[in-house]
Write a protein that binds this ligand. Structure first.
Ligand code: DMJ
Length: 471
């Protein structure tokens, strides 16, 4: 599958961003900087393709430039491109993959250049970034003030790593301010909504859930907290997690509620395909039984249709019109991999095998893999770069116990990029900025006293321990 997808991209699409897998050509879909090549770097490493990884790194170093007059999504550019570059740099300099002669920090320099072009987006009244930035000229004049929680609050890992590698704390400062600004706007139920105005801070869409529009905000509070051993992030996650379990979790599903009163948001509650990553997150917390319960439900949907539709009506047990497509998303595979890692229960591998069979049957085209629908088995001319960055990576890891990356020394970013949990990352911290809503002492006290999550203890009960680190 990797050869077919990556080979198809390189043959028909490179140096464009993504492969159009039905018409067998390339398209500039994000910014025009060989998105799929950068997003796929870590997957080549996980598959043990050392020579292809080296070639791909050389191609990036020789061909990619961000000196472009294009407007790009701040969120997508960060998670896919900044994250892909940083991860590949770290794999090289930590010796996780054989070094390239003469390589010092070319990928890191590219990541710094790109992050510098994203930073103007964070210059807002709330610190929550605009959705789009022009890589040459900053925020476009007509850019809207509305963004979603995931796009506003998912920078802590990439920007935190960048700051630690460069000792330039502007990145971490921007990421932390945005996350805290969202957290500060939580309701009395400790929930955040879905969309808000980045200048006034007012909520414009007050549905709270863990799927579309919110997912990686929560994910980054937890993972940045673990990666940097930072109680500020862990405390925010901690309070949200308790609230989500109380109000959003519903018999194993995670269904949107009104952030202010906890009442169901829709008369026909929907499972959002994106929320299928949540069981994987529960595994990291040691909540393996709950994760397994949810995954049985989610995978039941896959079994029934041979895909996970973008939306699934839980009460009506049906797919609403126009939502019957599967854009090759990774979330289900990610949760399967993490569940299997924690339990070694073969049912999760059998589920992964079923996913692979269905993708091979329905998504494969002569030059790649396509988004497909469950109705007429139509294929759409789209292969998102995350198919290579995430879906194939998690499916491969699910079947490779001896993989050098299948262990607890790494955190996966929301785009599936591997970040090693380095002691040096945990020893440095942003000096507190004065306009932050919390002091470090406040947060540490809350964290110590809160009985809901004792990460270290809970993780030691699961077989999977992402908190072990290099000694
Ligand atoms: C990916 O880009 C990331 O996983 C993101 O967090 C959500 N959307 C896609 C995959 O579905």
């Amino acid at each position: 599958m990797l050869d077919h997808a990556y080979g198809g991209y390189m043959k028909h699409a490179f140096p464009a961003d993504e492969l159009l897998p039905v018409s067998c050509q390339g398209a500039q879909t994000l910014g025009g900087y060989s998105l799929t090549l950068i997003d796929a770097l870590g997957t080549l490493a996980v598959y043990g393709r050392k020579a292809e990884f080296h070639q791909a790194v050389q191609l990036v170093l020789n061909h990619v430039s961000f000196d472009l007059d294009v407007s790009a999504s701040v969120f997508e550019t960060n998670i896919r491109v900044v994250g892909g570059l940083l991860s590949a740099h770290l794999l090289l300099v930590t010796g996780a993959i054989a070094p390239i002669d003469g390589y010092t920090d070319g990928l890191l320099q590219l990541a710094v250049d790109l992050a510098d072009r994203l930073l103007p987006a964070f210059d807002t009244a709330t610190g929550i970034p605009y959705g789009t930035v022009n890589l040459h000229s900053g925020v476009p004049r007509d850019e809207v003030n509305i963004t979603c929680v995931a796009a506003g609050g998912s920078f802590a890992i990439e920007f935190g790593v960048l700051s630690r590698l460069t000792s330039d704390w502007r990145y971490e400062q921007a990421a932390l301010r945005a996350a805290e600004s969202l957290w500060q706007r939580r309701s009395r139920l400790d929930l955040v909504g879905n969309h808000l105005n980045i200048q006034t801070g007012e909520w414009t869409f007050d549905a709270a859930g863990v799927g579309t529009g919110a997912d990686s905000y929560y994910e980054y509070l937890l993972k940045a907290g673990l990666l940097f051993n930072d109680a500020r992030y862990l405390s925010m996650f901690n309070q949200h997690y308790a609230a989500l379990n109380r109000h959003v979790k519903s018999n194993g599903w995670f269904l949107d509620v009104n952030m202010n009163n906890g009442q169901p948001y829709h008369s026909a509650p929907m499972h959002s395909s994106l929320s299928s990553f949540w069981p994987g997150l529960q595994v990291l917390l040691g909540d393996v039984t709950e994760a397994a319960q949810s995954m049985r439900l989610f995978f039941g949907v896959w079994r029934r249709y041979g895909l996970i539709p973008e939306l699934y009506s839980v009460h009506q047990q049906s797919v609403p019109p126009n939502w019957f497509h599967y854009p090759l998303r990774p979330e289900l595979a990610e949760s399967l991999y993490l569940l299997y890692s924690a339990t070694r229960d073969p049912i999760w591998r059998r589920a992964g095998r079923d996913m692979i069979v269905a993708i091979q049957h329905s998504a494969r085209t002569p030059c790649g893999y396509a988004t497909y629908t469950g109705l007429e088995h139509e294929q759409h001319d789209k292969m998102d770069s995350y198919f290579l960055a995430e879906t194939l990576k998690y499916l491969y890891l699910l079947f490779d116990d001896a993989n050098p990356f299948a262990n607890d020394r790494y955190i996966f970013t929301t785009e599936g990029h591997l970040i090693p949990i380095l002691r040096s990352f945990q020893q440095s911290r942003l000096p507190r900025d004065t306009d932050s809503p919390l002091t470090t002492n406040d947060v540490c006290d809350q964290f110590q006293q809160n009985p809901v999550l004792h990460f270290w203890q809970r993780l030691s009960r699961a077989n999977f321990n992402p908190l072990a680190r290099y000694t």
